[in-house]
Design a protein around this ligand. Structure first.
Ligand code: ADP
Length: 157
């Protein structure tokens, strides 16, 4: 079975993430969205809350599974039997870090390859931190996240 992992913080999941999930779920038999534990200094949502929102928003995809992991992505990928990591690329600024991560992961696990999906132009500017910033000042976030996620954000701010 062809399994891929889409790892990230997803604090919280945005339309940019959902676009990458939908597109990569069509390319693989099984897509695992991996929510990384303990990687953020000051998260808005707990890992459990992030999982909940991702599960809600991906319920319609039969081949998408939402899991959490701790430690090295290369180890998590091996445990899941995944040979492919999916990452989204928004701008050149993402590139340098992403390339370094992809090469490190291949060094640790040579059979693990990373594929990059170019962001949909509609979401090229979009990041979880921008959404949180706008929400903090009570701006309109309806173009960035689903109504359900927007509601969860409103409860926090
Ligand atoms: P991380 O902390 O690993 O960067 P994020 O949740 O910010 O976690 O992002 C997870 C992945 O989703 C990354 O590959 C990131 O480049 C990608 N991503 C985030 N926002 C967008 C977007 N608007 N369009 C495409 N890809 C995105």
């Amino acid at each position: 079975m062809n399994t891929a992992i889409y790892p990230g913080s997803f604090d919280p999941v945005t339309y940019g993430h959902l676009d990458i999930i939908e597109r990569s779920a069509q390319m693989t038999d099984h897509l695992i969205v991996g929510v990384l534990k303990n990687n953020m200094k000051d998260p808005m949502f707990t890992v459990e809350e992030r999982l909940e929102m991702l599960r809600e928003e991906t319920r319609r995809y039969a081949n998408v599974e939402i899991l959490t992991f701790e430690g090295l992505l290369a180890d998590f990928a091996r445990e899941c039997g995944a040979r492919v990591v999916v990452r989204g690329l928004r701008a050149v600024t993402d590139f340098e870090y992403e390339l370094q991560m992809a090469q490190t992961n291949r060094k640790l696990t040579p059979e693990l390859d990373t594929i990059f999906l170019a962001t949909d132009l509609r979401y090229a500017y979009l990041s979880s931190s921008i959404v949180k910033e706008v929400a903090y000042w009570h701006g309109d976030i309806s173009a960035f996240v689903t109504p359900y996620v927007a509601g969860r954000i409103r409860e926090k701010v």
